[in-house]
Design a protein around this ligand. Structure first.
Ligand code: BDR
Ligand code: CA
Length: 318
């Protein structure tokens, strides 16, 4: 199995991602770190511990990370993820507490201790990851790849052009993109496409297995502010879980190596991931500055049915 560490802001769809990572035989989930995003960091820690317990992984190390972005105050998305940040499903409080050490310390320790290079999967604002890369750059020698959920080639969600995770901490995202390790950007363009149909959601909710049932409840969750047509009542998006599917089954994702930059200027473009899809000239014609822009493996298309099936086979399995 691929050694994986996730960095989450759990979060309805982060919870779906954790359930999948725990259960997929091709993934060895070594640790989970928490960061402010969908809700405050203490809420994220609580939600993460609860999900891991429900998923049958009560011993996976969990650490508390950044309370706020590098420069700005936190801006939780409780209008999307509920007041507890995870759909207000009335889940029990976790039985244990997080690690004594903070997220950056745990990340460093687990990355360097892994016998094989680790794949990092951030599905949250990139504050912890930026702090890690800046404080302990030696970790990159044991990082295989970073597959992050964030950014958008086309349309944003937090703003017309910016995706929430990058928008919440654009400086941190910029640190990630220039880290010099292989990076896959699982952005909104593919994130939105992977959906579980209502019938399968109902089946999960009726399951005798606790983890599968939780996945069903999470998929059925609707933000209070969002009116849904009745026929779509229970269909739900896999969201962040798609990024973990992309690690378990890379063949389902079509990516292209493209220059990506984060817009850091104040104003309506802040937090946008600017992906350069212009036809690329030969090396000799690349104009000044071009070489400095990092090349990121950008997800441009996803076999949505393949990932939905993979998810249901993995999480729906008792
Ligand atoms: C991202 O923002 C959060 O609300 C989700 O968990 C996901 O990681 C989507 O923009
Ligand atoms: Ca998330």
């Amino acid at each position: 199995p691929v050694p994986v560490i996730m960095d989450c802001d759990t979060g309805v769809d982060d919870a779906l991602a954790l359930l999948f990572a725990v259960r997929h035989p091709g993934i060895e989930l070594r640790a989970v770190t928490c960061v402010a995003g969908n809700t405050d960091v203490d809420g994220v820690v609580r939600n993460t511990l609860t999900v891991l317990e429900q998923a049958g992984a009560p011993e996976t190390p969990v650490a508390r990370g950044a309370e706020r972005p590098l420069l700005e105050p936190a801006r939780p998305a409780t209008h999307v993820h509920g007041t507890d940040g995870m759909g207000d499903l009335g889940l029990p409080a976790p039985a244990r507490r997080p690690a004594e050490v903070d997220a950056v310390t745990l990340l460093r320790r687990e990355i360097l201790a892994s016998p094989r290079p680790v794949t990092l999967i951030p599905t949250a604002p990139l504050t912890n990851i930026a702090l890690l890369l800046r404080t302990h750059p030696e970790v990159t020698r044991n990082i295989e790849r970073i597959v992050f959920m964030g950014g958008a080639v086309e349309v944003g969600n937090a703003t017309p052009v910016a995706e929430f995770n990058v928008w919440h901490d654009p400086e941190a995202a910029a640190v990630l993109l220039t880290a010099g390790v292989p990076i896959t950007m699982y952005g909104l363009d593919v994130f939105r496409q992977v959906v579980v149909e209502a019938e399968d959601v109902r089946r999960l909710r009726a399951s005798g297995d606790r983890g599968a049932r939780l996945a069903g409840e999470l998929l059925a969750h609707r933000p209070a502010t969002q009116g849904e047509p009745p026929e779509a009542e229970e269909a739900g998006g896999l969201g962040d879980a798609g990024a973990v599917c992309a690690v378990a089954d890379p063949g389902g994702l079509t990516t292209r190596l493209l220059p990506v930059e984060v817009s850091l200027a104040p104003g309506p473009g802040r937090g946008q991931t600017i992906v350069d899809r212009r036809p690329r000239p030969g090396e000799a014609e690349i104009h000044h500055g071009e070489r400095e822009r990092p090349l990121i493996d950008v997800a441009l298309a996803v076999d949505a049915g393949r990932y939905t099936r993979l998810y249901l086979e993995t999480v729906g399995r008792p």
